[in-house]
Design a protein around this ligand. Structure first.
Ligand SMILES: Cc1cc2nc3c(=O)[nH]c(=O)nc-3n(C[C@H](O)[C@H](O)[C@H](O)COP(=O)(O)OP(=O)(O)OC[C@H]3O[C@@H](n4cnc5c(N)ncnc54)[C@H](O)[C@@H]3O)c2cc1C
Length: 346
């Protein structure tokens, strides 16, 4: 089936250019794999190494089987946990239940599987290699450093029973999601407003922030669970939304959708899928680097514009105390069309 893909006509068309990719996260690795499958020489530079934990809810929603097959990575999701039910809580308790269509898999496992696939296909991977933007380099280096108001925290836990496949808890200072991944573990990941006054560190920072935001029940549950401190990580200094990127960029480097959507990983894969024909045309010598970059940027904008606008509006609603109180009140009375709103985010 794969060989009927018209993008695979490299069998008869030799490559004129190799491709360099900066960033071995989901966008960079999946594009690298897709290009290798089509015979393009690819060198990928990754600032870190594998396997490694990353701040991420590890709840993937919105990506289609067709995108995963085009990129050649569908097999890497066979062990992902299927997630279908969700519940939304705030500090006053349960708000509503939702249907979702997601998959749970840790970045520890997923990124490692992708880098293995890339190198098995003959890709050249340089780890601990941080490079600068340059013509001829596809920029997949993730969210750029900015002065954003957020801190993202993540940890894994065992002995943490969940009421639904995905639990979202909205506090007065942000939100946290709990979702199963592999081996009976639960991923705990939240986005919170930064505060200069917090003294706590490590996993106790998570429970401190939850209590500050009024989510005492959730904090109690985390304190009773077995937290894996080796999986704890945090990130700050970013803003969600359209990023000030230039050149040939994909993934969070161009569009960082707010995390509550569970769609960022999907967008990383979708952006690789969108970039693929442009990178391939450049590699075959059918277009210049500048032309490949600008057509890819235009296609990404068309693909993501609507969901970026919808998600920004809902993010503001959720993270502004007055607006979120109104939203949860309406949702409790079934006056907020939540399922249709969720469709806008895909
Ligand atoms: C708090 C939080 C929760 C989230 N929860 C979810 C969720 O539940 N579901 C979901 O779908 N998405 C979620 N996301 C978003 C998701 O993690 C990202 O959208 C996704 O990781 C983007 O993939 P990427 O490949 O673009 O970037 P990344 O995965 O960030 O990869 C970029 C890579 O580039 C490397 N790099 C950086 N600079 C350089 C350089 N100069 N040279 C070489 N390498 C470099 C980095 O080391 C990194 O490995 C969440 C994000 C946050 C912050």
């Amino acid at each position: 089936m794969v060989w009927s893909d018209p993008l695979l006509r490299h069998k008869t068309s030799p490559m004129k250019h190799a491709v360099t990719i900066a960033g071995g996260g989901l966008a960079g690795l999946s594009l690298g794999i897709a290009l290798r499958m089509r015979g393009v020489p690819v060198t990928l530079h990754e600032a870190g190494t594998y396997p490694r934990h990353r701040v991420c809810g590890e709840f993937i929603s919105g990506v289609t089987d067709s995108t995963l097959e085009t990129l050649g990575i569908a097999e890497d999701f066979l062990t992902a946990t299927s997630l279908t039910s969700a519940v939304w809580h705030d500090t006053r308790g349960r708000v509503c239940e939702l249907q979702v269509a997601g998959r749970g898999i840790s970045r520890w496992r997923l990124d490692d599987a992708l880098q293995r696939r890339f190198t098995t296909l003959g890709g050249t991977l340089a780890t601990h290699s941080r490079i600068a933007p340059a013509p001829g380099t596809i920029w997949a280096a993730g969210r750029p450093r900015r002065h954003g108001p957020w801190i993202g925290l993540k940890c894994h836990a065992t002995n943490l029973p969940l009421s639904h496949d995905l639990e979202m808890h909205l506090g007065s200072n942000g939100y946290i999601g709990l979702a199963p991944i592999e081996d009976g573990k639960v991923n705990i990941c939240g986005l919170f407003k930064k505060s200069p006054t917090r003294g706590a560190k490590g996993t106790s920072l998570l429970t401190t922030i939850l209590r500050e935001g009024g989510l005492h029940d959730t904090a109690d549950r985390l304190e009773s669970a077995t937290l894996d401190s080796s999986a704890f990580c945090g990130v700050a200094g970013f803003e969600t939304g359209r990023q000030p990127s230039e050149g040939f960029s994909i993934g969070d480097a161009t569009h960082m959708i707010p995390p509550f959507t569970g769609n960022g990983m999907s967008m990383a894969f979708e952006s690789a899928e969108t970039a693929l024909p442009h990178a391939l045309s450049y590699a075959r010598g059918e277009c210049s680097w500048d032309s490949a970059s600008s057509s890819c940027a235009a296609d990404l904008e068309n693909r993501f514009r609507a969901r970026m606008l919808a998600s920004a509006a809902i993010h503001t609603l959720l993270t502004s105390p007055k607006a979120s109180r109104l939203a949860t009140t309406l949702a409790r009375s079934s006056l907020l069309p939540i399922q249709p709103l969720l469709h806008l985010l895909r």
